[in-house]
Design a protein around this ligand. Sequence first.
Ligand code: NAP
Length: 282
Amino acid sequence: MTAQFPLLGAVIGKPIVHSLSPVIHEAAFVAAGRAGRFVARECDSTDVAQVLDDLKSQGVIGVSVTMPLKEVIVTLVDELSPDAERLQAVNCLSFHEGRITGHNTDGDGCCDALEEIAGASISGSTAVVLGAGGAAKSVVLALVRRGAHVIVVNRTHEKAQQVVTLAAHHVPSGTGSVRVGTAESIADASILVNATSIGMNTEELPIPRELLHPGLVVLDAVYSPLDTALLRAARHAGASIVDGLWMLIDQACRQQVVWFGQQPDREAMRSAAERELASRQK
Ligand code: NAP
């Protein structure tokens, strides 16, 4: 994108050089006929405040926030959306009239991908979420709010219990529930989300493959590689699959809506991300 275009947004985090966010958001700008750039700015907790000041003075509209800043940044914003407040984690900033608001679009992005890519019915379903870190808590909250019966499975039991306690306040009346469980619960589930980092650039599976079955929709939040060992095993077991790039695209779509109030062209965003990934493999 040409350097004369105004700077509309940035992704911040560390490391940031391989982030797909600039490509994804600039593709949305192009599809919407919006002249603007979206850049990557590397920073961590030591210099993020300075970077935010710089971006604010350059007039950006929005910022995507990634590791390791999602929780640190909570203390640096002027206000938080209700979800970011509940989660005490932010993956998106909006700048308006000199004020910065923190949002969290990870969980709803995951649910959008489950519904739109695999046609999953979330309300009333049994959903197993693997993990209890930043991504998992956002996903659990979003699934619970949409009326799923969510079972949280995590290596560290206390962290799973904390996520359950957080989400339990948001179970809608009449449907849904949330509890800690074990991977064996997958037998009765129709949705499985891997929100651990297991499988990132490895062939490791987060659960025994025997637990996968044809009645499942499996979403792997890990998107490096795109076709993870879990997704391949799920496909082999006859399950429907949703890759982590769709979650990344759908959480970015929600960020574009926060910033511009308009649904972006998600197919254009996905195509641009796939082209970028393909070019990196050459
Ligand atoms: P995080 O806060 O560091 O949480 C990591 C989780 O993985 C924890 O629950 C941790 O368990 C578990 N874990 C890590 N290594 C493990 C191992 N060897 N065995 C068992 N459990 C293990 O990370 P995060 O921000 O939630 O991100 C998790 C994954 O989601 C990453 O791969 C990230 O790239 C991906 N993600 C994708 C998207 C997307 O849009 N596709 C968005 C956000 C995140 P303990 O609690 O026991 O440590």
